[in-house]
Write a protein that binds this ligand. Structure first.
Ligand code: CA
Length: 723
């Protein structure tokens, strides 16, 4: 008889299908050894493997891989919690992280254990029934590496395979841990350490290979995805997403083809971008691995490829052979991407009935605002319609499948009012496809952005290199205008019908940066939001059924799992990530101190959260002695160098220090912090490579001015309050 571990996922899948089709006693007898081997492995002591993930619906209590199943539907068949009893859902345990930065991870749960990542790529193994810490692992990412992260020191989760836990660390390492005790099994550096690469995405494991991408296109890197042997960490293949110097040999025929779409310029000198920083999916039947490719570096095509061209494989979905990394097909969502319109967003595989035929599709709602349905076997375009208002393209041509880009969208030195913004119409926040309703639930954003080339763009060796005029893109400082802009930015949960290509229902949120989604068999959709609530809705109508105040903004996606017959709902609550850093005050109603926690709920859960500590922030800036010219120069330098972490116009989102509240004592140490790295242990490295003493002084003068602005706004508000 075949042993369980010798039967691969495809064999088990075929067995299940054949068994479903044929019921004769003879066939059942013939298949018996295979069937029992497939079943036995559900409780294999070796842990998660390929056929457990392919057959994940046979153990719905577990959440074995990032999207629960290889098709990444994030739909749970669990049914104990339903519309009738959800009012009994209560907190049953919480786990407080020891960090206060952004949380974006999806926890995995197998056989009563939860494996999850917090900020700084730290890994935690917890008892999934009560939150007891079994082990934790800190990869000790150097804090100064944070300057290479465009979008906070976040991590979106681990992968499990044959008794190991895999995590991608912010500094580019891929680490395998023993699932039992967190001991390091192996660790490899997946990225060049002399370039600003980061890893924030969750690895996937398919056919014994750990697949991992990376980020860094905002800084200047060349994107690629790699496969490592899950057993020993050997590099098996690497697929680059953009061509290198055409004078040198191409790594693959696919790149030779891609190079035809880059015209003029020397994009390879700083990498060209195209990072695979988040989404992947896998079809075991078709033996295809799908990767989502990110934006160009710098953002504008004019700076990379001044002669035009599509710049493949930027902003594309690419299908690869998982065993070799060989290219099979691609579909580009944003030709000649100039808007940070990544196609790294969540990809979902499903079988849909379209025009009377069942189609095997891949679906994506990338940053560019269109919802795409493609044939996942061939990459053939099926349909695309905008799910939010868009200004960069008029439509996607139904015959060619190509976006009709408005010529003015390829902006120059005058502002193009782009919609969506670089935050996307939808970014990494996971969606969910519910086969019962046939709907895809999209955490959507509607916002615009003034795209304008930076005058005399020069590539800097530290920090952000997007080639955008950051000062022009900053919000005006007038508090009333800021408020109006914030109100014009909309966040919503859209239940999208992928066949009809239109919304079935929409819930409008009060903030634009909201959480990922899970849906269940019992007509439930769970989503956290920027206001700090975890909410359950009816999957078919969007009616609000239940909510819980988490005391802090939620961006991560919930999961649901079952242990000993009891169903749980879990979510990571904690503010951070791109928008909260850049556009301060996106969070309007949540905590004044970021709290980072895992929250877990079950029916009749009786726990509650302690009251939040109130943090008083004194606003006591020194006198401003600098000239108007110096302050103006500081404003420009600030928006080139500092805004990505400390927020535009020096208004922080509450995760990273708001510089306006810098004390007089700290102002005396300003140059030591900015030029000498006094606070590098907190992630604030020395910027002496790109700023001199006069620059540092100018930025300080601008920050002091903004502190005085805030002080006068505050006293005006207090006077109004008295009046
Ligand atoms: Ca980007």
């Amino acid at each position: 008889m075949l042993s369980a571990e010798k039967i691969d996922a495809k064999t088990c899948l075929s067995v299940v299908r054949i068994k479903g089709m044929m019921t004769s006693i003879l066939v059942s007898l013939l298949l018996f050894p295979l069937v029992s081997a497939c079943t036995e492995s559900e409780h294999s002591s070796e842990g998660v493997n390929g056929h457990r993930i392919v057959l994940a619906d046979r153990e719905p209590g577990n959440w074995l891989s990032h999207g629960r199943t290889y098709d990444e539907q994030r739909y749970s068949p669990l049914s104990e919690i339903n519309e009738d009893n959800i009012n009994r859902l209560g907190l049953t345990w919480k786990y407080d992280f020891d960090t206060h930065r952004g949380l974006e991870a999806t926890p995995l749960v197998v056989d009563g254990m939860m494996y999850v990542t917090g900020s700084w790529s730290r890994v935690y193994a917890l008892d999934a029934t009560n939150g007891r810490l079994i082990w934790q692992y800190d990869p000790e990412v150097p804090p100064e590496w944070a300057v290479n992260a465009c979008c906070d020191v976040v991590n979106r989760g681990v992968a499990l395979w044959n008794g190991a836990v895999y995590v991608g660390a912010l500094d580019g390492r891929l680490i395998a841990l023993n699932a039992k005790d967190g001991g390091v099994l192996w660790s490899v550096q997946t990225t060049p350490t002399d370039r600003p690469y980061t890893i924030t995405g969750a690895p996937r494991v398919v056919t014994g290979k750990v697949i991992i991408g990376n980020g860094g296109a905002e800084m200047g890197v060349r994107g690629f995805v790699s496969a490592y042997d899950a057993g020993d960490g050997d590099l098996l293949w690497r697929f680059y997403t953009v061509p290198g110097n055409p004078e040198e040999p191409f790594e693959s025929p696919a790149l030779e083809m891609a190079a035809e779409t880059w015209i003029g310029g020397k994009w390879w000198e700083h990498g060209g971008g195209g990072t695979v920083w988040d989404s992947m999916a896998y079809d075991a039947d078709l033996d295809l691995l799908y990767i989502g490719v990110g934006n160009g570096s710098p953002w504008s095509r004019q700076l990379r490829s001044p002669g035009g061209g599509d710049n493949l494989f930027l902003s594309s979905i690419v299908a690869l052979r998982p065993d070799t990394g060989e290219y099979v097909w691609h579909y580009q969502t944003s030709p000649g991407d100039s808007w940070d319109y990544t196609a790294t967003q969540h990809m979902i595989l499903a079988d849909l009935s379209i025009d009377g035929a069942v189609r095997q599709v891949i679906m994506q709602a990338p940053k560019n605002g269109f919802f795409y349905v493609l044939d996942r076997k061939t990459g053939e375009f099926i349909s695309a319609e905008p799910f939010v208002p868009v200004t960069w393209a008029t439509h996607v041509d139904p015959d060619s499948g190509r976006a009709a880009v408005r010529p003015e969208a390829y902006y120059g030195y005058t502002i193009f009012d782009g919609r969506p913004s670089p935050f996307g119409a939808h970014t990494w926040h996971p969606m969910s496809y519910n086969p019962n309703t046939g709907l895809v639930y999209i955490p959507a954003i509607d916002s615009n952005f003034p795209y304008k080339l930076e005058e005399a763009f020069e590539f800097l060796e530290l920090g952000v290199n997007v080639g955008i005029d950051g000062a022009a893109a900053a919000w005006p400082v007038d508090p009333d205008i800021r408020k109006a802009i914030r109100q014009s930015m909309k966040g919503s949960l859209i239940a999208w019908d992928p066949v009809a290509q239109k919304p079935a229902w929409t819930v409008e949120h009060k903030t634009s940066w909201n959480g990922g989604v899970v849906s269940t068999a019992k007509n439930l959709v769970f989503q956290g939001n920027g206001e700090g609530n975890l909410v359950a809705y009816s999957a078919d109508s969007g009616r609000e059924l239940w909510s819980f105040n988490a005391q802090t903004g939620i961006a991560a996606a919930p999961i649901t799992y079952r242990v000993d017959g009891e169903q749980y709902v879990a979510v990571l609550a904690g503010w951070g990530g791109t928008m909260p850093l850049v556009q301060g005050g996106a969070l309007t109603h949540a905590a004044n101190k970021n709290v980072s926690r895992i929250l877990v709920f079950k029916l009749d859960g009786e726990e509650s959260l302690p009251a939040l500590p109130v943090v008083e922030k004194p606003l006591d800036p020194p006198e401003n002695t600098a000239s108007e010219e110096v302050i103006e120069r500081g404003m420009v330098l600030y928006h080139r160098t500092c805004f990505a972490c400390h927020g535009d116009t020096a208004v922080s989102g509450g995760v990273i220090p708001d510089l306006r509240f810098t004390s007089r004592a700290t102002h005396k140490l300003w140059d030591k912090v900015v030029l000498e790295g006094l606070l590098k242990s907190g992630g604030m490295v020395s910027f002496s490579r790109i700023l001199d003493k006069a620059d540092s002084y100018a930025i300080q003068a601008y920050v002091i001015k903004r502190a005085h602005d805030a002080k006068s706004e505050l006293s005006k508000a207090q006077n109004n309050g008295r009046g």
